[in-house]
Design a protein around this ligand. Structure first.
Ligand SMILES: Cc1cc2nc3c(=O)[nH]c(=O)nc-3n(C[C@H](O)[C@H](O)[C@H](O)COP(=O)(O)OP(=O)(O)OC[C@H]3O[C@@H](n4cnc5c(N)ncnc54)[C@H](O)[C@@H]3O)c2cc1C
Length: 315
């Protein structure tokens, strides 16, 4: 069975959910999984790398350096004879995977939604053409890919009992010397299981609060936005969903007053369940919606918020 090496980010002594999803992707492909971790606390976190038969901790550098870590991971891919390397499509994963691919002289595949066994090697599937087509891609060498967040079921169960230490040999060209936490503790649209997004149908920035209140009622929802209202300065760019914003795949995506332009659909059409609220019954968003509510957002959304709160209060 060909091996898959999975880069595992960790925080507070445990592998992060995004990386557990990448581990889940590798397990779903039937692979023998090797988890690779680095940084302070890597050894303690390695035990939570569910589904991995082995963990490797990259040591020797106190400050994270993506070029040095990429070089070490490429060496590890060679040493393990790995058929694939996966990292979650987080900021760090997206920075790391192309560097590993460059070392291995292969093409990196971004934002994949499936890893599948193909003989002794692997293929990946990823959306193309703003999600209109699904491409199955192979490589003449190892597969190097990032996994789209919220698509794969996180791996569960025990991780490896031990973490083998491997020193990072390459001299870093650049290092991360400090990370500053954002001032707010808002959920990011890429990671939240529920995303409630608003568009120009909200009429002006002051009325956007109905979207925030609906997101707040869920308790685990992030607020998203169409580009139209980001360009208008109603919402920050970090909330923009779409081709030139973030690509999201939450379990539930609610689009409020969003027409469903192709560039917006590119960022959310692989969501689990899509609910659209729009007063125009012919709005394109309804073509991708699982549930559509034709109505005025200012009437529908407050009622929906109250209904969600009532359900939450009962449970
Ligand atoms: C290169 C390029 C990249 C782009 N990238 C992105 C991107 O990343 N993300 C993105 O979103 N867009 C992107 N766009 C812009 C995109 O083409 C659309 O212009 C944009 O998505 C429209 O935003 P919207 O749906 O909020 O506004 P509109 O298209 O104006 O739609 C507003 C909707 O609200 C409905 N509405 C009005 N009043 C109400 C009400 N009271 N209740 C309920 N519904 C109501 C209307 O029926 C309408 O459907 C990009 C465009 C280009 C050219």
């Amino acid at each position: 069975m060909s091996k898959v090496i999975v880069f595992c980010e960790h925080a507070s002594g445990a592998v992060r959910r995004a990386s557990l999803e990448a581990l889940g992707a590798a397990k779903a492909a039937g692979a023998d999984v090797v988890a690779v971790l680095t940084g302070e606390g890597a050894e303690a976190a390695a035990g939570s790398a569910a589904g991995a038969s082995k963990a490797v901790c990259l040591t020797g550098q106190t400050e994270y350096s993506s070029d040095a870590v990429a070089s070490a991971i490429a060496d590890l891919c060679g040493a393990e004879g790995a058929g694939a390397f996966l990292a979650a499509a987080t900021y760090r994963g997206k920075d790391l995977a192309p560097r590993v691919a460059a070392h291995l002289d292969v093409t990196p595949f971004a934002d994949c939604i499936e890893l599948c066994a193909a003989g002794d090697s692997f293929h990946v599937k990823r959306p193309w053409l703003a999600g209109k087509a699904l491409a199955t891609l192979g490589s003449s060498g190892a597969i190097v890919a990032t996994t789209r967040l919220n698509v794969f079921t996180p791996a569960e169960g025990d991780g490896p009992a031990e973490c083998a230490a491997v020193a990072i040999a390459a001299e870093p060209k650049a290092r991360v010397t400090a990370l500053e936490a954002k001032g707010d503790a808002k959920l990011d649209v890429k990671e939240a299981p529920v995303v409630v997004s608003g568009g120009r149908g909200l009429q002006d920035a002051e009325k956007f609060h109905i979207v925030e209140e609906l997101a707040g009622a869920f308790g685990n929802a992030a607020v998203g936005a169409s580009r139209a209202i980001v360009d208008l300065g109603w919402r920050p760019h970090g909330e923009q969903v779409g081709q030139t914003g973030k690509v999201v795949a939450p379990q539930l995506y609610i689009a409020v007053g969003i027409s469903g332009a192709i560039q917006h659909l590119a960022g959310m059409r692989t969501s689990g369940t899509i609910v659209a609220i729009n007063k125009d019954a012919d709005a394109p968003i309804f073509k991708v919606a699982d549930y559509g509510i034709v109505g005025d957002a200012f009437e529908v959304v407050p009622k929906l918020t109250e209904a969600i709160k009532a359900v939450k209060a009962e449970s």
